[in-house]
Design a protein around this ligand. Sequence first.
Ligand code: SF4
Length: 626
Amino acid sequence: MRALARPPVALRSVDIARCVQIARRRKLDMVSALRAATESPQLPPEAREHIHTFLRLYRDAAGSLDSARPDLFVHRLVDRLGLRRQQVFSAQADVVERLVNLARLGELASSYAQRAPHATPRDFARYAAAVADAGLREEDGVGPPPPAGAVQLMALDAAAGRDLDWVFVLGLTAARMPGPRLRAGEMVPDALLKETLGPDDRAAHVASMRRLLHVAMTRAAHGLVLAYPALSSAGVAQPPSPFAEEARAALGAGWEVLEEELFGPEEALHATFQALRDELLSDVARVGKGLGELRFDTDLDVTHAVTRYLELVKLAALIERPEGQSVADALGPVNQRLSTELSPLQREVLATSPLDALLLDAERDDRARAAARAARTEPSLEAFLPRRGDGLALSASDIETYRSCPLRYKFARVLRIPQEPTLNQRFGILVHQVLERYHQATVESLDEMLNLLDWGWRRGGFGDSDEERQLRVKADAALRRYVQRVTEEPVQPVWFERAFSFRMGAHTLRGRVDRVDRLADGGYELIDYKTGRPRSAAALREDVQLSLYAVGAREAWQLDATQQAYLYVLDDEKVRVPSSEIDAGWIADTVDEVAGAILAQDFEPTPSYTVCSMCDYRIACPAAER
Ligand code: SF4
């Protein structure tokens, strides 16, 4: 999915959505669905071209997975995909970390290839997956400090205390700076804190982002450049950060519009030149050593080293070719001049080199990229948005998903990429089903409840792993406590899984409340079951779901609930939020803000470790934070 969306394939989102639709309908894996899509009338001819590009890359990469050297494979893959070029000029805020990580991946592959000279890219992929799980040792992950005069990429907070000549602050869109307030990780109970923390609200978030930008802006001794991409990757207009606007207005300056510029084929030439030069220098010592040994193939080694040197000369000639001449046009004459100076064996070795094909591919990909940029009219995903009348159909979980990361929402609700439910998700669904059926049964006994659990466990395909056995024990204990709680509480459960739907402005809000209790004082309590770890009432202050339930009950059922609660079934803990603390204005503003952004097709990712580590789309996401 990631390779499909970005250059050189750059399949438009709307076509990705169509391919996912084909995969879902025909129950195919994604590569098979793409093959099928090339024959489908659903896809326009230019989209099929893009898919063919992907399938060609896929075939090439799959073909060299078991034969190439891991470091060369990674280098060529990064180069073919144009990742570095795309990153440097994309001007997005997360660009720094991605570029650093890309460089680290190359270094990781090189050091792996040195340690395991016979390893293949497939071995390296396994190693990289293990490293991704276990993390890098400090000495593996951190390079030497940059020399004076170098350009250094860093996150805003890393600029603190530095003296820099020039500072370029990239990606200053309003969606990023100050951007949405991200939910804090695990809340630390106040009792465990020595100090008193300031408020954790929107105003505090805005103030902290402002301070962060101030730190970066004040590091520059000679010059400061603030930049933002005026269009998102989907071609939607993005306003600049209000802080950057403030700075601009204070200076009475204007924004200077710059088109995205790439090095084009030159970047591939320079990068390949550098890689070949490094390779040659490391081979020279080995070949030299071989000259002193009594071996039959020494002359072949020397021939390879010489032809490698000639390839460097070829690259230098291409870099210096006349302005305006294409690599394809320059290559023929350069090859001809070189071949006149070669011995027959050198000519033969040079003819088997994949260098020319690599350079021509890079140039072709760059042309395709330039054409894609010129026609940056990414078709609308309108047909795939969850429309209801003039507005959208939204649930609390849709809103939470969008607020946690807009790209995650796009993956889940617009592209509708299928996902396999995790064990914990299946477990949560089962507990909900058991509780619902228990209350629907005419006899609400403990035996009845445990029978339902037994039945659901068998039908749900749960196995016998340690984790599953532990969940089974937890469910058993939790349901016993649940029956006791329901029996002892002075309340009367009156509705279960009750659905609501109502209009808020142009939008339709829907949801389903797990349980509604009539309280002893005649009021009502809306209850949602949870199988995760309990959150405190303070952490639920800006909780969309409970607020939406309260408003939904009033609007759809004309029922004024006096309180809302999450019942954490496994911990037998109920966390209540009184209706007096529900701010209907806040939820209306939130719905308006989220729906407006979805309609504007603003799906810029907001990666963070907390959100990405729980995201089902990490594997498909180009922005995932690891
Ligand atoms: S992995 Fe992270 S950035 Fe990517 S969609 Fe998920 S939450 Fe967003």
